[in-house]
Design a protein around this ligand. Structure first.
Ligand code: FMN
Length: 312
């Protein structure tokens, strides 16, 4: 997720036991090929590169192929092409979900990428499409598979739905049952219970987005349902995140990325609205830390978050 799934968040999730694999934020193929000074931060796949999937976003075949060549010099679990982003500034230029409207070119792109680097695990993240047309989606996926695609992550909403309506997980099942290809489902997993339930579905895996930012411990809580009394120290966690962000991200990104993270994480506390309004005025790490410390001085009972009891 753009500006969110960088190394600092990854390490925070890992500090709670982690998950099976991590996607980078979408990396602009054009910027990577141009070789800007910040690209090294986007390409940082440490501390467990074998679990990190680089995601590329771009609108032009040649640029994406060149960017993938650069990525292939770094250790990773694979490369993912973003064919799902519906943000207007990406889609208008022909990137993200717009690839689903130029299927011949999309298939050609996968074909070239696979031929150039047959051992790279190649995946695509997509939405249902611009329209909800299951047959069109299936034929597109079949063609991508024939071109060499190894897996698909499906966020089952149309481009225009953005985050409206519930993700239609039935579409993930339909796709999985219609194609011999790894299919990962994504969308609206909000709690550790939902993660556990969805993990048992007929697909090959699930991807968690926003909930992993709000609850970096979600994987731990979902995996250990039998264990009682799991808890997390929220104050320790927000301080840890700030520390990781400072050491792993460029200075100029610090405040904007901290605030984006806290726009999700702050939902762990009752007075998040007030707190986040204050946080938005911060311009330094010290000010952010101060607000969090003050919050728990005023609301000490909220500092430790207990996992709700489950029936297992
Ligand atoms: C702030 C934000 C940034 C995102 N950036 C990306 C991105 O860079 N690449 C991508 O494939 N999806 C991106 N997404 C979409 C998510 O990966 C995911 O498909 C969507 O949020 C639904 O999953 P969730 O309900 O688990 O969050 C982003 C979503 C959000 C909210």
């Amino acid at each position: 997720m753009a500006s969110l799934t960088h190394r600092a968040l990854r390490e925070l999730v890992m500090s709670f036991g982690g998950c099976d694999e991590y996607f980078t934020e979408m990396i602009s193929a054009g910027a990577l090929v141009a070789g800007g000074p910040l690209e090294k931060f986007y390409l940082d796949s440490q501390p467990k590169p074998e679990l990190v999937v680089y995601q590329l976003v771009g609108d032009d075949t040649l640029t994406i192929v060149r960017a993938a060549e650069i990525m292939n010099r770094y250790p990773s679990r694979g490369i993912d092409i973003n064919m799902g982003c519906s943000a207007p500034f990406i889609k208008k230029k022909g990137g993200g979900v717009a690839w689903m409207l130029k299927q011949d070119q999309a298939v050609g792109l996968i074909d070239i990428l696979k031929r150039k680097s047959p051992t790279t695990r190649l995946s695509v993240k997509m939405r249902l499409g611009v329209q909800d047309d299951p047959e069109d989606l299936l034929q597109f996926c079949k063609r991508l598979k024939s071109a060499g695609l190894d897996r698909i992550t499906l966020h089952p909403r149309t481009a225009n739905q953005k985050f409206k309506r519930r993700a239609r997980w039935g579409a993930v099942q339909e796709l999985k049952e219609s194609i011999e290809l790894e299919v990962i489902g994504n969308g609206d997993i909000g709690t550790f219970i939902e993660l556990k339930e969805k993990s048992q579905g007929p697909w090959d895996g699930v991807m968690v987005g926003r909930a992993a930012v709000q609850q970096p411990w979600i994987f731990l809580w979902a995996q250990n349902l039998a264990e009682s009394r799991l808890s997390v120290d929220l104050e320790e966690t927000d301080l840890k995140f700030l520390h990781l962000l400072e050491i792993h991200q460029p200075k100029e990104f610090f405040i904007s990325r901290a605030l984006l993270f806290f726009s999700y994480f702050a939902h762990n506390v009752i007075w998040h609205h007030n707190l986040y309004t204050q946080l938005q005025k911060c311009t330094t790490r010290k000010e952010i830390e101060y607000l969090w410390r003050e919050y728990f001085v005023d609301n000490p009972e909220e500092r430790i978050k207990l996992r709700p009891e489950t029936s297992e």
